[in-house]
Design a protein around this ligand. Structure first.
Ligand code: 26Q
Length: 824
């Protein structure tokens, strides 16, 4: 990219305004000058100055959308894992280098200030980060696309380790206020909840009321032209808003009501497996839906008289089933508030809504007990019952007598405690259901939703996930980004397919050398951070092998650590000198109540303690567990990684997106044929990726025919040695019990993740990888080919597909007056 001349020559307008913005904030809001400000105040002042051009562009973008009466996409999600804003926004506004120069003049370091910003960790993992990448792509391409979410006071817990055990600390990220959140108290909405219904009238009787207060986060598109909004709601008690809903009287119970109400948006549920049947979670999901739908309706009705155009002006995407009550809330609004007939309301609802599925794991499918819904959202339950009645009528008409099918598709599940199946509601109430990678979407049609696929085959489609190259390459890996730009120009930033042109350089030694130099520099940086976080010194010359993701049995961090143990014994007992030294990096949070995942964290720490200390192994293998994995830490890890571990049991990982971030930053993948790994292989070519293990259908067949882990143990003494040494207490200071539950799971015929079935192939593949790595030029060549062939995995491509095939929205670029017939 062309960088502006040094500021001393001719300061740019952006430069002058930034400097002025910083000074005036400190003077007028803090009564200080730069020299007296603390680092945090400096960060705050800088952020306030940077948000000025962002907010100007935000107003201009909204004006454009309104003038064009553009169709808008609303992305409803319980999670947005945004990470830090300052560096990303500076990058997208093209103010990063100017700002760096200003701060240098002022005697401060931009990266140091950036590192003081708390992550906006309003999500657990992949699903929440996907939503954040989508917002970046929507704004970058000029689409009218907006996020709706919850303004959790506490984001995902901060993770610490005590003695190798995970501890959770609250993440009070808003302490001191965020410069990136604009309060909009005057745009509050009123949300009814609880109360009752009767059979005679379509109405909600004597509900209580909650106030939803929006807070807007600007989403700066690359180039700074389009700035969209992520609107996050906080729950407030109605009495503060003085809208006369609560009659004064009982002071204590009024305060109690305030406490209960405000609890709704206090905290993000820290589980990505189900924490089932919690009333507070249902309240959160309903609150998100109710606030968003009210806001969407108000905006639509400000410029439209009837609902004839609703579905041609509004698209709603439901990020998993968490906001699936949208279907019922839209129906309630159309019928109860707008007095439309059922058929009309239903046609509009289905044409407006679309649903993305992110998992096939049965334990992760949302189900809500009917009695709970009856209490919390009685009118919605009543509407869902009518939706179900009509659904079953359609099944009976089209598949007469197939009562088994009717049972399976029904939104209600029979049982001791009858439940609402949210996926069935979402599929029934949408015109589109998509999976997030080709294999996953195929499995949705064949397994999860086979009956619905028979009913409505045209509703099902695939949208393979993607990641934003702005955050994950341009911002996170500046040295690599500038190498690429020097080689092929900066077109890749908006069109990642341009990376293909790097293939011209596969045999260019000078470029491969520079690529090697950048990776080494990034590894040094990660080594430094590792030392600070863990006190462990790692060898920057060793291969950096990384598995970073939520802790889950299906993701098989266990397979990874079993291989490490195997390596350890190969050196110690078999006297095998490895051809290559390696550092195994792990990072990831476990749900606080997920006992097995927490135990796996402890096992990894225990193995680390032994292998890192043993003089026979410490030069060959190091194990590190980096605490508190989050977006900002990922921005340091991805650029330094050389081997990417994507080793889930085939058929279990819907897509994965870390796999894409790592490959885009030049790591080679060792992986199973699962999720998007399959499509990564298709892109990079078989010779540039390390695929091993059972395929999805083979896993299914193995389990169906009776999985026998003991057979793998009997056949392989090195495998027995790994298991036996865990049980012997070798890694746990003699404690023979602590890891017994883990071992019991992997030697059991009930291990649905078939660890031992894949371990042999995994170890062999790892051995082959060592040999490939020793030829460093060969490795960097493959690394370059991986980077060059990652174009498909830009979230710009994903969003373009959603826009054209599901949402039917168009970029509202400057000068595009399609409706006024003034097209340029
Ligand atoms: C639901 C109800 C109650 C409490 C928690 C939840 C909950 C929260 C988060 C359930 C699931 C999640 C998150 C799921 C998730 O992150 N799935 C991942 O989505 C990615 C983006 O599509 C995929 O790449 C991953 O494969 C998938 O695991």
């Amino acid at each position: 990219m062309m960088r502006p001349a040094p500021p001393t020559a001719e300061p740019t307008r952006g430069f002058v305004q930034l400097r002025e913005g910083i000074d005036s904030f400190l003077r007028f809001a803090r009564g200080k000058v730069w020299e007296d400000a603390s680092p945090r105040e400096k960060l705050h002042a800088l952020s306030i100055a940077v948000r000025r051009p962002a907010l100007d562009a935000m107003r201009e973008s909204e004006r454009r959308f309104r003038e064009q009466d553009a169709k808008r996409l609303y992305y409803l999600s319980m999670e947005f894992l945004m990470g830090r804003a300052l560096g990303n926004n500076l990058t997208n506004l093209d103010l990063y280098d100017d700002t760096k120069a200003i701060l240098t003049e002022l005697g401060a370091d931009l990266e140091e200030l950036e590192s003081l910003e708390p992550d906006a960790a309003l999500g657990n993992g992949g699903l929440g980060r996907l939503a954040a990448c989508f917002l970046d792509s929507l704004a970058t391409m000029g689409y009218p696309g907006f996020g709706y979410g919850i303004n959790y006071e506490f984001g995902l817990f901060r993770q610490t380790f005590v003695n190798g055990f995970q501890h959770e600390k609250p993440d009070h990220w808003l302490e001191g206020g965020s410069p990136w959140l604009i309060d909009r108290p005057d745009e509050f909405v009123v949300v009814p909840v609880y109360g009752s219904v009767n059979q005679f009238e379509p109405a909600w009787i004597e509900p209580k009321y909650i106030i939803g207060v929006p807070h807007d986060m600007p989403v700066v598109g690359y180039g700074g032209k389009t700035v969209n909004v992520l609107r996050l709601y906080s729950a407030r008690s109605s009495d503060e808003f003085d809208i006369g809903i609560f009659n004064a009287g009982d002071y204590i119970s009024a305060v109690q009501h305030k406490i209960n109400t405000e609890a709704i948006t206090k905290i993000l549920y820290p589980s990505d497996v189900l924490d089932r049947g919690r009333e507070l979670r249902l309240l959160q999901e309903y609150f998100l839906v109710a606030c968003s739908v009210r806001d969407i309706m108000e905006r639509y009705l400000a410029t439209h008289e009837t609902f004839d155009e609703f579905s041609s002006k509004v698209a709603i995407q439901m990020n998993d089933t968490h906001p699936a009550l949208t279907v019922a809330e839209l129906m309630r609004t159309f019928i109860d508030d707008q007095h439309l007939p059922w058929e009309t309301a239903w046609a509009i609802t289905v044409a407006t809504c679309a649903y993305t599925n992110h998992t096939l794991l049965p334990e992760a499918l949302e189900r809500w007990p009917i009695d709970l819904m009856q209490r919390v959202v009685p009118r919605h339950l009543q509407i869902i019952q009518e939706i179900d009645r009509r659904l079953l009528a359609e099944v009976d008409r089209r598949f007469p007598g197939d009562t088994a099918m009717a049972k399976r598709v029904s939104i209600f599940e029979e049982g001791e405690r009858r439940q609402v199946r949210m996926a069935n509601l979402a599929i029934t109430g949408s015109h589109s259901t998509n999976g997030v990678a080709a294999l996953h979407s195929d499995l949705v049609k064949k397994t999860l939703a086979a009956d619905f696929y028979r009913l409505w085959p045209d509703r099902f489609n695939n949208k393979t996930n993607g990641i934003t190259p702005r955050r994950w390459l341009l911002h996170a890996n500046r040295p690599l980004a500038s190498l690429i730009t020097k080689a092929i120009g900066d077109g890749w930033i908006r069109d990642l397919m341009e990376l293909k042109r790097l293939e011209m350089f596969v045999d260019d030694d000078a470029l491969l050398e520079r690529l090697d130099g950048i990776k080494s520099r990034n590894k040094l940086q990660l080594a430094k951070v590792t030392k600070e976080l863990t006190m462990i010194a790692v060898d920057p010359e060793s291969m950096f092998d990384v598995q970073v993701k939520r802790m889950h049995e299906y993701k098989r961090q266990l397979l990874n650590i079993l291989h490490v143990i195997h390596r350890y014994w190969a050196i110690v007992e078999d006297g095998i000198t490895p051809v290559q030294s390696r550092t195994f990096f792990f990072a990831g949070k476990s749900a606080p109540g997920y006992f097995t995942a927490k135990n796996i964290i402890k096992l990894i720490h225990s193995v680390a303690e032994v292998v890192n200390a043993d003089p026979r192994t410490r030069d060959w293998l190091r194990v590190v567990f980096l605490p508190d994995y989050r977006v900002s830490l990922a921005e340091t890890i991805m650029p330094a990684a050389e081997l990417s571990e994507q080793i889930s049991t085939a058929g279990k990982e819907a897509s994965g997106t870390g796999n894409m971030k790592l490959a885009l930053n030049g790591a080679l993948t060792i992986g199973t044929l699962d999720g998007a790994n399959i499509e990564i292989r298709d892109e990079v070519g078989e010779e540039n990726i390390f695929i091993f293990g059972l395929k999805a259908d083979e896993v299914a067949a193995l389990i169906a025919s009776g999985y026998r882990p003991d057979e793998y143990l009997a056949a392989d003494r090195t495998l027995r040695r790994v298991i036996d040494s865990i049980l012997s207490g070798h890694f746990s200071r003699g404690d023979k019990d602590i890891f017994r539950p883990i071992v019991a799971r992997i030697v059991s015929t009930a291990d649905e993740y078939v660890h031992l079935a894949d371990l042999g192939a995994y170890v062999e593949t790892q051995t082959r990888i060592d040999q490939e790595y020793v030829d460093r030029r060969n490795w960097r060549r493959k690394s370059l080919l991986n980077i060059a062939r990652m174009g498909k995995f830009s979230s710009d491509r994903t969003i373009t597909e959603y826009a054209q095939e599901i949402w039917h929205i168009k970029p509202a670029v400057i000068g595009n007056f399609a409706h006024a017939g003034l097209e340029e």
